[in-house]
Design a protein around this ligand. Structure first.
Ligand code: DP6
Length: 352
């Protein structure tokens, strides 16, 4: 969040009058990945991670308190939320109610503009927007650090979407009380040089649903992959190198670190038992095209998350050329160009 953005809580109505609040948040893509939890209930990660919040595909979430209602009413792009999505949102609202000591159920409407199945961490923008809107509606603390901690409890990567541009999420300390651990794990902005002007070219090589959720896949990787601990150690070094590269505005160094960190994460998954493999032949074609771009002198570097889609980091001035090469490697697939985007914020208008 930026300081000029509205963060003041909307006092909840004590007499039961409806309170409606709307928030918007954008997805983020990690350049140093979060992969593995040390505490599943508190969403504490094993390693620090660092991301770029995007300027595309916002999620807009409206929360209205519904005094007297027996259940939460949750919709997602106009349709009732069901299954796992419903369970996660309702569980998150329970946490907010407990903290606010206010039991009102809520009506939550979420509009997500991420193309279906784009593998773009819609849970990050989704829980960041929900955290900001629900904290305001229920009158919880609304400084950016508190919101980041709260968003983390919905989905780890959401802690970073509270902030615009580049953010680091601290793994926090272990060994103390739950409260100490919870307080210690949050995201905050990371400085990047003024002249740093990156783009992410997003190749949606497969829009189908994931074979395995990131939650389950990271659990299996931590529990069974002999490569997990070495990756986690090298990820700590990657973070230091990434911060330095961003500070210098060195796109090649940022890209090299992001690519090695992501491919290393996928190597840990391939070594899990049974193996977790998100890369598809189309992903590998895009990886080949990026190598070819580099051979021809264009700075372009890949990162991949819990799916087959590939994101290519490059200079903004090269984005169209990179997008053309990616289209050639993955004919008929959607390709999007994103830049660094804003942090989560409340929208003015309908709050009391
Ligand atoms: C590969 O934040 O979706 O995108 O905390 O279980 O909800 P949960 O997982 P999630 O995992 C994101 C993993 C990743 C890497 C990253 O965003 O850092």
């Amino acid at each position: 969040m930026r300081s000029e953005q509205r963060t003041a809580p909307v006092r909840p109505s004590e007499d039961g009058e409806a309170v409606t609040v709307t928030a918007v948040a954008h997805p983020n893509i990690a350049l140093v990945k979060y992969w593995g939890k040390s505490d599943e209930r508190l969403f504490l990660p094993r390693t620090d991670s660092l991301s770029m919040t995007l300027d595309v595909f916002p999620t807009t979430t409206r929360v209205r308190l519904a005094p007297g209602a027996e259940h939460d009413t949750l919709t997602f792009n106009g349709a009732p939320a069901t299954g796992e999505a419903r369970r996660r949102i309702a569980g998150f609202l329970d946490l907010v109610r407990e903290r606010a000591a206010l039991g009102h159920r809520a009506v939550v409407d979420t509009e997500n503009t991420v193309p279906t199945g784009a593998g773009l961490a819609s849970s990050a923008s989704g829980f960041a927007a929900l955290a900001v809107a629900a904290a305001a509606a229920y009158g919880l603390a609304s400084d950016a650090t508190a919101l980041s901690r709260l968003a983390r409890r919905g989905s780890g990567s959401a802690s970073r979407s509270i902030f615009g541009a580049f953010a680091v999420w601290h793994a926090g300390v272990r060994g103390g009380t739950d409260e100490q651990a919870d307080l210690s794990s949050y995201a905050e902005p990371v400085h990047a040089a003024e002249r740093f002007d990156p783009a992410l070219v997003i190749a949606v090589v497969d829009a189908g649903p994931k074979a395995l959720s990131s939650r389950e896949a990271m659990r299996r990787t931590v529990d069974t992959s002999p490569l997990y601990e070495p990756w986690a150690r090298s990820s700590r070094a990657d973070l230091a190198d990434m911060r330095a590269a961003l500070g210098r505005g060195d796109l090649d160094a940022v890209g090299e670190v992001a690519e090695r960190n992501a491919l290393g994460m996928h190597a840990t998954m391939l070594a899990a038992r049974p193996a977790v493999r998100y890369m598809s032949p189309a992903s590998l074609s895009v990886l080949d095209a990026v190598l070819q771009l580099r051979r021809e002198g264009t700075a372009a570097y890949v990162t991949m998350d819990a799916g087959p889609n590939v994101k290519v980091l490059c200079r903004r001035a090269d984005a169209e050329r990179v997008a053309a090469a990616v289209r050639g490697a993955a004919p008929g697939r959607a390709v999007h160009i994103a830049g660094p985007g804003p942090g989560a914020r409340l929208l003015d208008g309908d709050a009391r």
